[in-house]
Design a protein around this ligand. Structure first.
Ligand code: PNS
Length: 160
């Protein structure tokens, strides 16, 4: 059984993430979405809230599993017995950081392979950070995030 881990902050899940998750589910028997427990980033959503939103938005994908992790990604992957990391690359600017992470993960565990995937072209500029900023300032993000995420944003972030 081939599994892959899609790690990230997912604060919150965007349509770009969802697009990549869907692509991953076609290639792997099981895709584990691994939400990083990193309170240092002053997140908008707690880890359990982010996990619940991901669960709701991936309900139609039976081979998706949502988990959280802290510490090193390679340690989490050893624990669950997965060797493949899936990460999205939107533009060349993502590549340098992603390359560093991929090679560091390989340094830490030579069995780890990172697979880069491109999201659908309409999401190549979408990031969780920009979604939050635009929404806070009163911009329309309805096309950029799944409906449950949009509803949660509306509930907790009064528009400017
Ligand atoms: O969504 P993000 O914030 O770009 O995801 C970054 C993430 C979670 C993939 C990365 O920060 C990570 O794997 N953190 C866990 C700590 C770790 O293993 N660091 C060394 C690998 S470079």
């Amino acid at each position: 059984m081939r599994s892959a881990v899609f790690p990230g902050s997912f604060d919150p899940l965007t349509n770009g993430h969802l697009d990549l998750i869907r692509r991953g589910t076609r290639l792997f028997d099981r895709v584990i979405i691994a939400v990083l427990e990193n309170e240092g980033k002053a997140p908008l959503f707690t880890v359990p809230e982010r996990m619940e939103l991901i669960r709701v938005c991936t309900r139609d994908m039976p081979n998706v599993d949502v988990q959280s992790f802290s510490g090193l990604l390679v340690d989490f992957m050893r624990e669950i017995g997965s060797q493949v990391v899936v990460r999205g690359i939107r533009a060349i600017s993502d590549y340098e950081y992603e390359l560093q992470m991929a090679l560091m993960n390989r340094e830490l565990n030579a069995d780890t392979e990172t697979m880069f995937m491109m999201p659908a072209v309409e999401y190549t500029y979408v990031s969780s950070r920009l979604v939050k900023e635009v929404f806070r300032l009163g911009g329309d993000v309805a096309r950029l995030v799944p409906q449950p995420v949009l509803l949660e944003l509306r509930r907790r972030l009064p528009k400017a």
